[in-house]
Design a protein around this ligand. Structure first.
Ligand code: GLA
Length: 393
């Protein structure tokens, strides 16, 4: 499926969100909170295997203008929902009770209440520049903006990983996607100029400086505009396959399978599970290699790891598609140092590490290849590593 009228995948001009809030709710908001989308440099489908990932936050954010209420009513409005306000009382919040986009913010409030935090009602107006359905974690950005807003509005004093957990729980229970924790951790913990080295088991994380510009490099993001819908069961099936494989191997999670034990493990696994396991184990190793190369200041050396990661996702994990494969091939052919699909797959975006002088050429090569193949033109943007969730007003 192609998103025909997808919004341009660049940062839109910032709209006066306080005014929009006041117009809708009749008073000024208490504050404005913003949380970013993300791209993942390497470490795909490793998070729900307790493994490692290396995402970075995008400059594109979802913003929540919010005001605390004295009752338990939650009122939700989005700049994209054309005047429709979703209203629900906190005691009526339950999985399935809130439809559409509003289930994400409602799910976060439900998750905070379920965890025993003293939360009440609020009015929320949401606006976003994160492209939706492109695999750039627009849902995590929405969840994390609301989690950050509630944390401040109600003085909860939660840690960043606790905010991420509440956001992930909303995604699991209200959106029905059994996602890992990478997107939410990137959205709350990322810092400007760095990638986030994440241990998904412990939620320990470290900022790894990513000096793209200093090395004359850029990260080109190609949105293939092939929609990916994680709620359709394919993602859940992959996760279930990995968990079955871990059980068969007698391990808590695939993260616990060491690279030197992989060959033996592959001989005992059923044919449908062995490639999944090979991907997860080699992908965890690629994350560690990527971090070592960045720590050594060798940013260009990231390139081959990206390309290897794509091959593993295509061949072993089976989550690439014609458009993402074509974007990778065309980018590499035009001089990218490395390229891979990013996010869950089934469409979505490709990232390409490009010498700055070649970024335009690479983008044109991908666009031309799509035209020749009869695909919809891709949307292009360059990503700079940006900060995680924050209060902006
Ligand atoms: C989606 C999920 C993440 C992660 C990626 C694949 O973005 O939300 O938790 O599993 O897919 O790496």
């Amino acid at each position: 499926m192609t998103r025909g009228e997808a919004p341009a995948a660049g940062a839109a001009p910032v709209r006066p969100i306080e005014g929009a809030f006041e117009e809708r709710f009749g008073a000024a908001p208490d504050g404005v909170w913003a949380a970013p989308g993300r791209v993942n440099l390497i470490g795909e489908h490793t998070d729900y295997n307790d493994g490692f990932a290396l995402p970075m936050a995008l400059p594109q954010t979802t913003r929540a203008a919010a005001r605390r209420r004295t009752d338990t009513l939650l009122r939700l409005h989005s700049a994209r929902s054309e005047g429709v306000v979703t209203e629900v009382r906190l005691d009526a919040l339950a999985p399935g009770a809130v439809p559409g986009w509003a289930r994400y913010p409602a799910g976060v409030v439900w998750a905070l209440a379920e965890a025993g935090h003293p939360v009440g009602g609020a009015d929320l107006h949401i606006d976003s520049t994160v492209p939706t359905g492109a695999g750039l974690s627009s849902s995590a950005a929405l969840e994390c903006a609301v989690a950050a807003a509630y944390d401040d509005l109600y003085g909860l004093g939660l840690s960043r990983p606790e905010l991420a957990r509440a956001a992930q729980r909303a995604e699991h229970v209200f959106a029905g996607v059994p996602c890992g924790i990478m997107d939410q951790m990137a959205s709350v913990c990322a810092t400007e100029g760095a990638a986030l080295h994440l241990d998904s088991r412990t939620l320990e994380h470290r900022q790894v400086p990513l000096g793209l510009a200093a090395h004359g490099l850029e990260l080109l993001v190609v949105d293939t505009r092939v929609s990916h819908d994680l709620a359709d069961g394919a993602y859940a099936a992959l996760r279930a396959g990995c968990e079955r494989a871990a059980r068969l191997l007698g391990l808590p999670a695939l993260r616990d399978l060491a690279p030197d034990a992989l060959a033996a493990a592959l001989t005992v696994l059923p044919a449908d599970l062995a490639p999944l396991v090979r991907h997860v184990v080699t992908e965890n190793a690629r994350v560690e290699a990527a971090v070592a190369r960045l720590d050594a200041g060798d940013v260009p050396a990231l390139g081959p790891l990206l390309t290897e990661g794509h091959a593993s996702l295509r061949v072993d994990y089976g989550v690439s598609c014609a458009e993402t494969d074509l974007a990778v091939t065309a980018a590499l052919g035009a001089g990218a140092l490395g390229a891979r699909m990013t996010g869950a797959g089934f469409g979505g975006c490709v990232i390409a590490l490009t010498p700055t002088a070649l970024t335009r050429t690479v983008g044109e090569a991908v666009t031309n290849a799509f035209r020749t193949a009869g695909h919809h033109p891709p949307h292009l943007l360059t990503a700079t590593p940006s900060r995680g969730a924050t209060r902006t007003a």
